[in-house]
Ligand binder design. Structure first.
Ligand code: PRX
Length: 668
């Protein structure tokens, strides 16, 4: 692990919200925040019990004991519980509650298709009907509380509907991003063994057609062959705009067209009341080994945390139209497309397409079309749009925008400034939200209106969040410092385990620094207490805001019949933040050719998905290893970024000569 100090080019530049903004903001001063923050850490049970009481609970937890936790491996098993004994249902709170309060005619979901001109909307009442019909279908095919349902769908309205339908009946959803390959989907299905898979015939992403059902069939075949697991049903949404039914591969009995069965079910379905600590979903994320981790979130704490963070970080007001460009296949889509906003009764825009299709003005056209007030995206999208210049932005009014958000990776100050000045007309505060799949919701984030922003800093901790910056020995550092970012105490949204592998949960997150949750990120805290995230310090690369384990890419590369060994590192990439740079050793006697490079890249696409394709392949006659056989990535990173005169100490290598060979191969 290496912590790095990244000093922003304009660390002291401060941006404060306007007086007009502050006047209507939910919270508008650092003092107000400080008082609430103090209360949240001095009395977490009281603070979160009070916050949780705005939701409907069939029965309550004991308020003075809202949570119990042990985050210290030296004291036994790691365990976190929030609102245990409280009974609730997140679907009820996100949908029924608003309908019962007389707001059933308010728009819940707006849908904008990949191609301009295709759109739809659902009111909260209509959403409830659709959710109930799907819940009834799931019940009818035998899904019960605690069963896992896998979902592999693009950004159709049916995706959040599917998540809510599972939650309604206490089933555990496991959404797999529909950009993952058959192999990755199969790996995830084999881990969580769902009885039912919800999917779609196909989807258009930009100009490209993706035949999802073909990928699904391939994955399901692999599951049978490799793991002896078959799903009972594969409910397939017929996406007529993308592909015809007759062009969709089909397996009778197992495969069912969504539109043929689901609408026949009743539009009411009783809610399954679950314990706050009953599982809500699994979401696989990458770690430093090849095997993805099934991050397990439970119901009550996650519900309270996502709703509260959404409300404050985006200064949510009734009537806001909210658009998050993330896909529901990632945590951002779980917490801040589906649950957080709907729990607040927001109007949520779901966009099927990509930001630059058919042109670089699409996002702003959509903002104007729906009068979007809160816009949340990733630095990689901002940088990509920035490249097309200001004109595609300026040709649209964007007057409705009030708050902007950023997530997924550190935002470089120049992209921050462009986002602020050009997209937001210097009017909209930017919530640079630092968090993770594991944290469930925002951890370090501006609360717009409360304190001045510094471009590139996620600023201060959310209520109840107690960061600690530690050195390599796990000693907590004071004041201004640089080190590893940890958390000292639990918060309601923290994940409770890794599915089927609690030991890995403990060793990955709690063993490195005893007594703390370790985020895997490095950070710096400045004199004002602001946090500056400096990226991952483990073997994880952040490509376009997507977390990819180097080990995953390496094992995909060596799956190629001609590859002997591979080592992958991240390199700076102008748009994607980080790119994937792979060193590959071929089998004895195999010729190093350009065709072979393409073939290796397509192997990774097939094994993981297009988003994980290496940006560069560097032929490696040998890899720099220590005498104990550990690959020295530090050296590989330097070679990849062409810092050849700064390789550091190479004397501890088993064969230092390897380095010269690698440098020689740079040009091949
Ligand atoms: O390195 C941090 C980076 O993304 C990682 C979490 O990735 P994932 O679990 O896929 O969740 C992405 C969406 C929350 C973190 O460990 N990261 C996320 N947001 C930021 C960030 N780095 C800096 N600033 C951010 N705002």
């Amino acid at each position: 692990m290496e912590a790095e100090c990244v000093v922003a080019d304009d660390a002291e530049e401060l941006f404060d919200a306007s007086e007009t903004f502050k006047k209507s903001a939910l919270l508008s001063s650092r003092e107000q925040y400080a008082a609430l923050y103090k209360n949240s850490v001095d009395d977490p049970d009281g603070f979160w019990s009070h916050t949780a009481s705005q939701f409907f609970w069939k029965s309550k937890w004991e308020e003075s004991k809202a949570h119990t936790e042990n985050l210290d491996v030296r004291k036994g098993e790691i365990r976190v519980e929030w609102f245990k004994g409280g009974c609730t249902n997140i679907c009820y709170n996100a949908v029924d509650r608003h309908v019962e309060a007389g707001r059933g005619d308010d728009v819940a979901l707006l849908w904008e298709g990949n191609d301009p001109g295709f759109d739809m909307k659902l009111t909260y009442k209509e959403l409830l009907d659709r959710v109930c019909q799907l819940s009834n279908y799931l019940l009818a095919v035998g899904i019960k509380k605690g069963d896992t349902v896998a979902i592999y769908m693009p950004m159709l309205l049916e995706l959040p509907i599917a998540m809510l339908a599972c939650a309604r009946i206490g089933a555990v959803h496991s959404v797999v991003f529909a950009g993952f390959s058959a192999e990755s989907l199969a790996q995830r299905i084999l881990d969580c063994k769902p009885k039912v898979l919800l999917t779609t015939s196909g989807v258009k992403r930009g100009p490209k057609l993706i035949k999802l059902k073909e990928i699904v069939d391939d994955a399901l075949n692999r599951c049978v062959q490799e793991g002896g697991h078959s799903v009972d049903y594969c409910l397939t949404y017929d996406n007529k705009l993308a592909i015809k039914r007759e062009d969709t591969p089909w397996k009778e009995k197992r495969d069912v067209w969504w539109q043929d069965v689901v609408p026949n079910y009743p539009t009411d379905c009783p809610v399954e009341w679950v314990d706050a600590e009953d599982p809500l979903f699994l979401l696989y994320t990458s770690g430093s080994t090849g095997k993805p981790k099934g991050v397990l979130h439970t119901t009550g704490g996650y519900m309270v945390y996502t709703a509260t963070t959404f409300k404050h970080a985006f200064d949510y007001h009734d009537g806001d139209v909210y658009w998050c460009t993330a896909d529901c296949g990632w945590i951002t889509g779980h917490s801040y497309v589906t649950y957080g906003p709907l729990l607040n009764k927001a109007t949520v825009l779901i966009f099927e397409g990509v930001p630059n299709y058919p042109d670089a003005g699409r996002c702003w056209e959509i903002v104007d079309k729906y009068h979007v007030t809160i816009f949340y995206t990733a630095p990689t999208a901002i940088r990509a749009l920035m490249r097309s210049g200001d004109e595609p932005v300026k040709r649209h009014s964007r007057k409705s925008l009030r708050v902007l958000g950023s997530v997924g990776e550190p935002i470089n100050p120049s992209a921050w400034r462009w986002y602020f000045e050009v997209v937001g007309d210097s009017r909209c505060p930017i919530a640079d939200t630092w968090w993770q799949t594991e944290t469930g919701g925002f951890m370090i984030t501006p609360l717009p209106g409360c304190w001045p922003l510094k471009p590139g800093s996620a600023t201060l901790p959310f209520f109840g969040v107690q960061p600690a910056v530690v050195d390599e020995n796990g000693k907590e550092l004071d004041g201004e410092c640089t080190g590893f970012l940890c958390m000292k105490a639990s918060w309601p949204g923290i994940f409770r385990s890794l599915y089927g592998d609690h030991a890995r949960y403990e060793t990955t997150y709690f063993a490195p620094f005893k007594g703390f949750y370790f985020s895997g990120d490095g950070c710096r805290r400045d004199k004002d207490g602001y946090y500056w995230l400096t990226g991952r310090v483990d073997d994880v690369i952040n490509v376009s805001g997507h977390r990819i384990g180097t080990a995953e890419v390496e094992s995909a590369l060596v799956a190629h019949p001609l590859a002997a060994e591979a080592a992958v590192v991240g390199i700076d990439h102008e748009v994607k933040g980080q790119g994937i740079y792979a060193f590959v050793t071929l089998n004895e006697g195999v010729e190093y050719t350009a065709d072979l490079k393409s073939s290796l890249i397509s192997t990774v696409r097939c094994q993981i998905g297009a988003f994980a394709a290496p940006d560069a392949i560097h032929w490696a006659p040998g890899l720099p290893k220590t005498r104990s056989g550990k690959i020295m990535r530090r050296i590989l990173r330097k070679i990849a970024s062409k810092q050849l005169d700064d390789l550091g100490d190479i004397s501890t290598l088993a064969d230092p000569g390897v380095v010269a060979q690698l440098i020689e191969f740079t040009e091949k």
